[in-house]
Design a protein around this ligand. Sequence first.
Ligand SMILES: [Zn+2]
Length: 463
Amino acid sequence: MKKTYGKLTALTLGLLLSNTAFSQSVLIKNIQTLITGQPTADRKAEVLHNQDIFIEDGKIKAIGSNLNSGAADKVIDATGKIVQPGFVDTHDHLWQVTIRGCGNNQELFDWLSDCDIVQQDITHEEGFAAVRLATYDLINTGITTVMDWNHSFSDGQAYGGLEALQQSGLRYVFGFYPNNNTDLETNAYKIKAMVDEDPLGSFMICGHPANLLKNSMADLVQLSRKMDVPLNFHYAESALDKKHEQTKTMLETEVFSRPLILNHVIHVDDDEIKNMVDSKARISHNPLSNMRLATGIMPLEKLSNAGLVIGLGLDGGTNDSADFFSLMKTTVGLQRALHESALIYPNYNEVVLLATSEGAKVLGLNQLTGTLEKGKAADLIIIDPRSTNMAVNFDEVAQIPMNATPANVELVMVQGKILKEDGKIIYTNESLDELIAKNKMTVDRFKSRTIKNKVKELDVFTP
Ligand SMILES: [Zn+2]
């Protein structure tokens, strides 16, 4: 059957998939290793053993030993398994599944030119299909919350992407970047209204700091203040960003006066770190993307010691993978290689908190998600370590980033609803082959076009 991805379809499916009406109670029993997402006094991941979790109305109602299974609609046996908070992806561009592998020997500006900003005619239908495919991949790896920095090249891309997020079952932050949009305010309010109707959604205004964009940055700051929503900016990703006078322009347009999430944050000096600390900016670290585009390595320990909250993000097509285990392993490995020290922050235990509870703080969602405790949303994953790649354990927490892959993620739950079970993604009445074929048509169209107007390093761009 031919599928349609129009707004009526989206609305209908959205209602069918609504998580507000979801009330199945679940008991997860006999959990061998429960990682709560809370830090211990020495900031390691807290671990409990032989626990049960009772979930009702999408929330964690109880955690303890030998909870009564009689009250649950569904009982899951987690004997020998690990339960932890779902991963929080603090920075992504989900439409970029359509440019995976593009420009794979290029650095940032050439990649932007050849792969990213030339795709400005992406349609509503293409935007929907791309994000749809991306969200399945996020679920597969165990992500339960994603911040989708939507480039909003067109209205179709913005609305198509949002509809796909709303049908995904994931908790999400929709980041609206009014790129070529002539009616910034109308669209921002309209999109925010759609997000506000969804209990899993929240909204931010996105932007890119550069001296040539000063006027539009001022508009974004004003709108963020008027709408009372945070700003979400790329910042100090490349050494070449210095030429765009990012910091000076952000100070002049009062960006730091707003609740602020900054992505990448590699090429910063002590004064710039002080600006971020003073404004309580929160940081998304994107090491796989930074490696891919050869932009540098974040001074992670220095930023953390300054008191900044830091989470992890995939950053879309520049990463080419949604594998959060690779992201965690890379986070640790890059810092060790840079500092030639195995004692540098974070270690393989601490990085699990960066990927979960710290990420929830970055997105301002830590009252809802990021830790497993009574009253929080049931956003969790079950990992089965009884596999050739994870067994046998010396260290049950550290070996999650060290050894696990998405294939070890047996179950994914968001707000009490199961999105992956027995190692299989639960698709919603659609053919994966059909979805892939639809995205292949988009990719073929992108590949066939002639690249024109290459971006020069001082040109305005949107990574
Ligand atoms: Zn990005």
